[in-house]
Design a protein around this ligand. Structure first.
Ligand code: HEM
Length: 222
């Protein structure tokens, strides 16, 4: 007779699994709401660069009240910090095996993690140079003319913005794809195929928004 050797789970193990499941859900949810929503709003506002300095300044750097600046920063930075901590944990446990299994899904998995490292560096530099340094060292928000001039006359800045926003567009679009699967929003084979198309459309839309805003700043810096 065959007896199954299954040991009952202890309460401590069960609660550890509960906590890690909850952390995974929170890391995933925060990446979409509010972080993903905030990112799309930020890119959209930057398109005001097409309407000139004062429109851009109104949309991107001005706030009706100092408290509004503080709250909107909190809304973006706290989820970003939590997601980053969660993401670094996921990166540390990732074991890419793309050489052995060269599927498209596996490639997307590796690029999602590569883009995470890229945007970690990009967001660190962007946050310091475009928000913290102007506001807290120079005593004013980033002036339109400064960022437009940098974009036009400083090749490394232009390159970093083009690559950084490419990484953000990919990471968010592909992240929404895995979010929809992870939360069970899309399950059937047919729906999954459609989801691939939706992710590509989101990637292209985010990239178009980002690179259009960069182009508008570059043109204004002439
Ligand atoms: C603009 C900032 C960011 C946005 C909007 C964003 C968004 C997302 C989204 C929507 C997901 C999918 C979540 C899911 O599968 O349920 C994701 C996954 C991930 N993010 Fe981010 N993210 C950002 C920044 C970062 C940073 C700075 C890191 C740094 C480590 C990072 C690391 C990761 C990793 C490793 C994953 C894959 C997790 C997994 O599938 O196991 N993310 N991100």
């Amino acid at each position: 007779m065959c007896a199954l050797n299954v040991r009952p789970m202890t309460t401590a193990t069960a609660s550890r699994i509960d906590r890690s499941f909850l952390r995974a859900r929170m890391g995933s949810l925060l990446a979409v709401v509010p972080l993903g929503v905030w990112t799309v709003d930020h890119l959209w506002r930057n398109l005001a660069a097409f309407r000139g300095a004062s429109a851009w300044q109104d949309e991107v750097t001005s706030h009706s009240h100092p408290l509004a600046f503080f709250l909107s920063s909190l809304l973006a930075l706290v989820p970003l910090a939590l997601h980053t901590v969660w993401g670094i944990g996921r990166l540390a446990s990732a074991r890419p095996n793309n050489v052995r299994y060269g599927t498209f899904a596996n490639l997307k998995y590796a690029v999602q993690r590569l883009s995470a490292i890229g945007i970690l560096l990009f967001l660190g530099a962007h946050l310091w140079l475009a928000t913290l340094h102007p506001r807290f060292v120079e005593g004013h928000p980033e002036p339109f003319d400064d960022i437009a001039n940098q974009m036009r006359h400083h090749g490394p800045t232009l390159t970093v913005y083009l690559l950084g926003t490419l990484g953000v567009a990919y990471h968010l679009a592909n992240g929404l794809h895995s979010f929809a699967m992870g939360w069970g929003l899309v399950v059937s084979r047919r729906a999954l195929r459609k989801l691939d198309g939706v992710a590509v459309a989101i990637f292209l839309a985010l990239l178009a928004m980002s690179w259009s805003a960069i182009y508008a700043l570059w043109a204004a810096g002439a």
